[in-house]
Design a protein around this ligand. Sequence first.
Ligand SMILES: *Cc1c(COP(=O)(O)O)cnc(C)c1O
Ligand SMILES: [Zn+2]
Length: 414
Amino acid sequence: MVTFRYLCSTCGRSYRRDEVRYLCPHCAATSKPGAPLEGVLTVQFDYGQIRRKFDRHNPDWGLFRAVEDRFLPPYPIGNTPFFRSAALGRRLGYDNLWIKNDGQNPSGSLKDRASHLVVAEACRLGEGTVVTASTGNAASALAAACAAAGRRAVIFVPAAAPRPKLAQMLCHGACVIPVKGTYDDAFRMSLEYTASKGGLNRNTAYHPLTIEGKKTAGLEIFWQNGFKTPDAIVVPVGDGVIISGVWKAFDDLRRSGLIRKVPRLIAVQASSSDAIHRYVLTGRYRDARKPDTVADSISVSVPSNAHLARSAILGSGGGSVTVTDGEIMKAQRILAACAGIFAEPAAAAAAAALPKLRESGQLEGSQQVVLLITGHGLKDIEAAMATIRIPSAVEPTRAGLEEAAERVQKGRTR
Ligand SMILES: *Cc1c(COP(=O)(O)O)cnc(C)c1O
Ligand SMILES: [Zn+2]
């Protein structure tokens, strides 16, 4: 049996595991629709027990998991590569630059971590249907995890979501409802759907285990880094759940006595989708008025987890920065060409931030910096296609071969 309590991040009330399902009932009652969520719950383990039981030589990460092993769907996730890229570091101005490549999750994004855990929770509760709103990746991850676990996924996505993500959801057999509107519209509709029609809602931050699932990326960085805390982790931010999850990982480790220092967490947002960035700078929350970015996975007007994300950034001594679409697409090319990593635009945003962080002095070039690559480039092939030109075809003849050799020699191949 896993033991933990839910703690309300707004009012501090605490609840037993099955006493509440989503938000703190007190805080949710007073919160306004269309605003960042109030009363987001966080999982509090018995840290004294973890301290006694955890053994570095034979680490049992299940001690940090809020759902028992036997409910986990047969859908292995995580354990993604963590490695240093000296060439990318040289190109972006960092001597000790590392990549955590979460594009290598089974559905191609970090969202597999959250969907995996929430579907495990659905299995524990005996819920046959899991519902979500998503810009695309959370839904394709949910569709895959539900397929593996024999559950039904009901998905509300903006009609303009990238087609590869829609293809994934449909192939996994999900019920897909494209919404003529934004992600924020889809979010509201999915909440109304579960409130009136039932099923377990997986919306990001609304279900507390989304934070716990995403947390595993932070735990892995810690053990893959030889049980050491890196100086900084650069995280692309939309709703602010990944960054809160990474914070939760290091906070859990600290409370369990495994570390003293937490990494600085640097949030990266797209310049038109910058509500959390401005909240961090000014202390006052305002919606992003018209999010319009090529990085669809971080395009959000009202980030559901803005409050916890801000505390994570400030609590870690971190910072925040915005990047333009032009910078994002340039960084996509640099990541691909220097490190061999093809990342979707939202993930490339983390790399786009580095030169700015260096120039502004927010992050020194000698620090151990980890880029959290959150999604695979094939997730949004149209975005990449818009930046490249496919070379014309040559004849399959001797003349064609000479033409090919000339192009290679002159670098006319891209
Ligand atoms: C969801 C997502 C993000 C942002 O995560 P939040 O928890 O919404 O802040 C970043 N990159 C990719 C690829 C994503 O799918
Ligand atoms: Zn509360």
